[in-house]
Design a protein around this ligand. Structure first.
Ligand code: SAM
Length: 231
């Protein structure tokens, strides 16, 4: 992967960035996403935020090598602290991190959100707590995708602030739109997850040390939900 050839995962993220956006890519690593979008003329300006020094330097290098210093600002900052009001950001991407990490970045950076930005989120696990945060903060899920690449299942969640919204416990777990669409990638993800969870349940029952009842019940509930979904 590089700034010309994105992974399928980042290609799908890129497809949800509105044309002409002023993008903040938080946790940008090499900066491939904003640089690829800028090279294709699809965004107006971008901020690439990084909390760690090595990826920050990598992003600076990618931007420099593509002569994009005038259009893409690379900032060493924690989460949404990379965004300044004068950036006029209209879209924020947070990709390749755990859902809980993305949620924590959004929550601790709330003051930096104008409420007008489109959020394009690609969590690696932890989708349920991330959707819970979106619901509690008045974000409606506009689009969701599942894709399978390099043996991993990835979800992409696109949301915008739109006032109060309510999702059921199952919708928060599976994704309200994914549940309706039931794409082959979505069903494949949950078939694999069900096999893993059923195996874990068997290990729990055979474990030398008793597993806390609450943990067993939670896993049993998840396997029940998935079984019902796939029925
Ligand atoms: N977004 C890229 C992608 O999807 O391919 C890179 C994903 S990489 C696995 C996660 C990046 O997020 C790392 O470079 C890490 O330093 C950065 N990161 C983690 N927590 C962060 C935070 N609080 N603020 C900014 N960057 C963060």
């Amino acid at each position: 992967m590089n700034e010309q050839t994105l992974s399928m995962r980042l290609e799908r993220v890129a497809a949800h960035v509105p044309a002409g956006a002023r993008l903040a890519d938080i946790g940008s690593d090499h900066g491939y996403l904003p640089v690829a979008l800028m090279r294709r003329g699809l965004i107006t300006t971008a901020v690439a935020g990084e909390v760690a020094l090595t990826p920050f330097h990598a992003a600076e290098r990618t931007v420099r090598e593509n002569d994009l210093e005038q259009r893409i600002t690379v900032r060493l900052a924690n989460g949404l602290m990379a965004i300044e009001p004068e950036d006029g950001i209209t879209a924020i991407s947070l990709c390749g991190m755990g859902g809980e990490t993305i949620r924590d970045i959004l929550d601790s950076g709330k003051a930096r959100l104008s409420g007008q930005e489109r959020l394009i989120l690609q969590p690696n696990g932890g989708e349920q707590p991330l959707r819970q945060w979106l619901m509690e903060n008045g974000y409606r899920i506009l689009c969701e995708e599942v894709l399978h690449e390099n043996r991993f299942d990835y979800e992409i969640i696109v949301a915008e602030r739109a006032g109060p919204v309510t999702y059921s416990a199952e919708e928060l777990y599976f994704g309200p739109l994914l549940m309706q669409a039931r794409s082959p990638a979505f069903l494949g993800k949950w078939q694999r997850a069900l096999r893993r969870k059923q195996k874990t349940l068997i290990h729990f029952t055979r474990a030398q040390q008793p597993v806390p009842e609450e943990k067993v019940q939670d896993l049993a509930r998840q396997t029940r939900w998935i079984t019902e979904l796939l029925a």
